[in-house]
Design a protein around this ligand. Structure first.
Ligand code: RFL
Ligand code: PHB
Length: 393
């Protein structure tokens, strides 16, 4: 097989890249390790920045988003014993965010791919990259028991944090920046009406978060120790613990129900640099991870793909490789912005079991500062809404 861009990974980054490239008459093949059902079963992101919504609309992917996405005008922070604060993104930035599940985006991307008869190979095993230093790279893999080879001009590594593309770059050529946090998140999806706002709670028992997927579908998270096990968290224990972390007049409004999904996530910040080696370009979680506090990961995958698609377009349409050369530095500006924001929110809101009395006191007064300073709220609102996209072409 031969194509122009071989895209490894059919998550949001890979499928969106293939869609945008198609709209610029650039051919691609997506090689995905799992089946569609598996990709669609992963319950993840829920909050979209204005620039993410803009990219989806610009590429004809906004119909269902416009209908089913819910405007999200800020986040509520609740601090046990100190009341709450609404960080009003609409007021401070003039922009609206949107809640719309990653699963729905993934469904929209698969529907668009089917409508154009896209080349999407699922259940590909043993994916390997070859010749990324030279002018004729290729990808090999096994599909339906047959060995396959895909020749291409470029490879896009969109295969998430546990993929193979990042490790195809010689270790001596990259630098990895990592921070692990000493707690995990237990997430629950339940068919019950959500609280009105996305609400982040700081409580001595640990952080909690209320979010939603629709008017009838709630998404909640609890901070747990790193060694927590799902089997130790039957539904009753989850709802009981969640209610203990919310102030009592809020807890009364939490509607409990049977969990339809439960998952544990460890929290880390990670960035690899550079994002390019030869003909391989990394995008999305393959290149960077942020802790979910602040809901930035999917938004970064979308901005990486936006920049990469524009750079590939300049290459094919005009023989201009300057945007390809600048892809990493351009994408990394938004990435590090989100890395800083999500690290700030994570350390502000969680209970670090090893924190000193000094650190806990400073954390309390950080929140008090946010509660009393409109300037601090405006800064956080702007960080939450994300940096605007730089137009490259
Ligand atoms: P994905 O989604 O991990 O997709 C990668 C795809 O590559 C495939 N793959 C391979 N394919 C071929 N060969 C291989 N060797 C392969 N290895 C892997 C995988 O099967 C998969 O299909 O990465 P992508 O596309 O970069 O997208 C990134 C986002 O999924 C991620 O950043 C977000 O989900 C993060 N995130 C959130 N982001 C937001 O913007 N807003 C949120 O509200 C938000 N909430 C979250 C989140 C992530 C969470 N978890 C579980 C980490 C909440 C949670 C709990
Ligand atoms: C979610 O809805 O899953 C969600 C919302 C906000 C976050 C993280 C996850 O910060």
């Amino acid at each position: 097989m031969r194509t122009q861009v071989a895209i490894i990974g059919g998550g949001p980054a890979g499928m969106l890249l293939s869609e945008i490239l198609h709209q610029h008459d650039i051919r691609s093949v997506v090689v995905e390790k799992h089946g569609r059902a598996h990709v669609l079963s992963r319950i993840r992101a829920g909050v979209l920045e204005p620039s993410t919504v803009d990219v989806l609309h610009r590429h004809g992917l906004g119909t269902r988003l416009a209908r089913d996405g819910k405007p999200h005008d800020g986040m509520r922070l609740v601090w046990a014993g100190r009341g709450d604060l609404f960080v009003d993104t609409l007021r401070h930035t003039g922009q609206r965010m949107t809640t719309y599940g990653q699963t729905s985006i993934q469904e929209d991307l698969f529907a668009a791919a089917d409508a154009r008869g896209a080349a999407l190979i699922t259940q590909a095993q043993n994916v390997q990259l070859h010749g990324i230093d030279g002018a004729q790279p290729c990808v090999t893999f096994t599909h339906d028991g047959q060995a396959q080879r895909l020749d291409c001009d470029f490879i896009a590594g969109c295969d998430g944090f546990h993929g193979v593309t990042r490790s195809a770059i010689p270790a001596a050529m990259t630098r990895e920046y990592t921070l692990s946090y000493p707690y995990a998140w237990l997430g629950v999806l339940a068919p019950v009406p959500p609280l009105p706002d996305i609400t982040y709670v700081h409580h001595p028992r640990g952080f909690a978060l209320a979010s939603s997927r629709s008017a009838t579908l709630s998404r909640y998270y609890l901070q747990t120790p790193l060694d927590a096990r799902i089997e130790d968290w039957p539904d009753d224990r989850f709802w009981d613990e969640l209610r203990q972390r919310f102030p009592s007049d809020w807890a009364r409004h939490i509607v409990a129900g049977p969990a339809t999904e439960k998952s544990l996530t460890t929290l880390r910040s990670f960035v690899v640099e550079p994002l390019r080696h030869g003909r391989l370009f990394l995008a999305g979680d393959a290149a960077h991870i942020v802790p979910p506090t602040g809901a930035k990961g999917l938004n970064l995958a979308v901005s990486d793909v936006f920049y990469l698609s524009r750079a590939l377009f300049a290459h094919y349409a005009r023989g201009d490789d300057s945007a390809l050369a600048r892809y990493g530095e351009t994408a990394l500006r938004r990435v590090w912005h989100a890395v800083r924001t999500s690290r700030y929110l994570t350390t502000l809101l969680h209970i670090d079991p090893a924190a000193t009395a000094f650190e806990r006191r400073a954390q309390d007064y950080e929140f008090e500062h946010l509660q009393t300073s409109v300037a601090a709220q405006a800064l956080l609102a702007a960080q939450y809404a994300g940096l605007p996209l730089e137009e490259l072409t």
